[in-house]
Write a protein that binds this ligand. Structure first.
Ligand code: IPM
Ligand code: MG
Length: 372
């Protein structure tokens, strides 16, 4: 048995419920390959603020840096909305991303065939969609300085700074081109180069790097057009690379192609670290009711196997257990629509079924690693 240690940060709202399922699934999937997963849990976000007085402690940050791999639930809730910026739950997340140096945020948008009817968009538009959003995660307007609130002639104002350097753009673009080489060999870089200086830097840096990848087709799209194209014809995209803010917005939009934001996993990579979290938020309105969709957290655990543990078959087993559960008709409330052959299921019920399927999953590597 090999032992691997993962830090878990369940966080707020439905975070603990979905993280528990993800951890159980991860342990079961890895055990089949003689890998024992040990977890260390810490408070994070609003709950961290309540218990430790800080949304994240230095000890937790150091622990994550030491063990490299982190599985996170969700943070935030109306209860903490009026705290100062540094005490807000979101501050913990931004700090953790920055401290871990996880600059590349991979958000794969796959439409599960069983859910093609669950999207608010027409089935023929979305079926077969397979996009990898590569969002820059430790720069841009989320972190740019200066950043302040002041007053001029009695009129208060605030400033945020959108900043990108050539090296920051090159390293995320490289991730996108490398990922594209293992897929359909197409990269669409999304910016606002018709208006923003930082976007012109973005575009010229991507164009320059593309010379190293003559086998990958590079196109550019303005972010407003991209928002429209994503729902007009999502199948046109293979890998999309974009900055922190645009990636945040476009990935929520793209999530709806999959039927529910409750389906979308993410992996944040950089400096040898991996932070895995569902894209959805803490959904405080349904927290504790046992109805949260755990599948995005579970799919994030699959990405952890793939990118940090180098356990491709375990990742595939988890992903196919998700597919099977959906094919069998189980739907959490966010996906349920009275469709014939479907059953409304709670978090626990989905978890039990996933574990049963995983107990019977293949225990030998069937295919070589494919990467993103
Ligand atoms: C996300 C979230 C975060 C972000 C928030 C919670 C800070 O929306 O991961 O997409 O904006 O990055
Ligand atoms: Mg977001």
């Amino acid at each position: 048995m090999t032992k691997k240690t993962i830090i878990t940060l369940p966080g707020d709202g439905i975070g603990p419920e979905v993280t528990k399922v993800a951890v159980d699934v991860l342990k079961t999937a890895c055990r089949a390959f003689d890998v024992q997963i040990e977890t260390i849990e810490r408070n994070f976000g609003g709950i961290g603020y309540e218990i430790d007085g800080e949304p994240v402690t230095e000890e937790t940050i150091e622990l994550c840096k030491k063990h490299n791999f982190v599985l996170l639930g969700a943070v935030g809730g109306p209860k903490w909305d009026n705290l100062t910026a540094d005490k807000r739950p979101e501050a913990a997340l931004l700090k953790l991303r920055k401290e871990l140096g996880v600059y590349a945020n991979l958000r794969p948008i796959n439409v599960y065939p069983a859910l093609a009817g669950a999207s608010t968009l027409k089935e023929e538009v979305i079926s077969g969609t397979n996009i990898l959003i590569m969002r820059e995660l430790t720069g841009g307007i989320y972190f740019g300085e200066p950043r302040f609130t002041a007053e001029e002639n009695g009129d208060p104002y605030s400033v945020d700074t959108m900043r990108y350097s050539r090296s920051e753009v090159r390293r995320i673009a490289r991730k996108a081109f490398d990922a594209a080489r293992l897929r359909d060999k197409r990269v669409c870089s999304v910016d606002k180069a018709n208006v923003l200086e930082s976007s012109r830097m973005w575009r010229s840096s991507v164009v320059e790097l593309a010379e190293e990848y003559p086998d990958v087709e590079l196109t550019h799209m303005l972010v407003d057009n991209c928002a429209m194209q994503l729902i007009r014809n999502p199948k046109q995209f293979d890998v999309m690379v974009t900055g922190n803010l645009f990636g945040d917005i476009l990935s929520d939009e793209a999530a709806m192609l999959t039927g529910s934001i409750g389906m979308l996993p993410s992996a944040s990579l950089g400096d040898g670290n991996g932070l895995y979290e569902p894209v959805h938020g803490s959904a405080p309105d349904i927290a504790g009711e046992g109805i949260a969709n755990p599948l995005a957290a579970v799919a994030s655990a699959a990405l952890l196997c793939r990118y940090s543990l180098d356990m491709e078959q375990a990742a595939k087993n988890i992903e196919s257990s998700i597919e099977t559960v959906l094919k069998e008709g189980y739907r959490t409330a966010d996906l349920f629509s009275d469709e014939p052959g479907t059953t409304k299921a709670g978090t626990e019920q989905i978890a039990r079924r996933l574990l049963e399927i995983l107990e019977k999953a293949p225990t030998e590597d069937l295919q070589a690693s494919e990467g993103p």
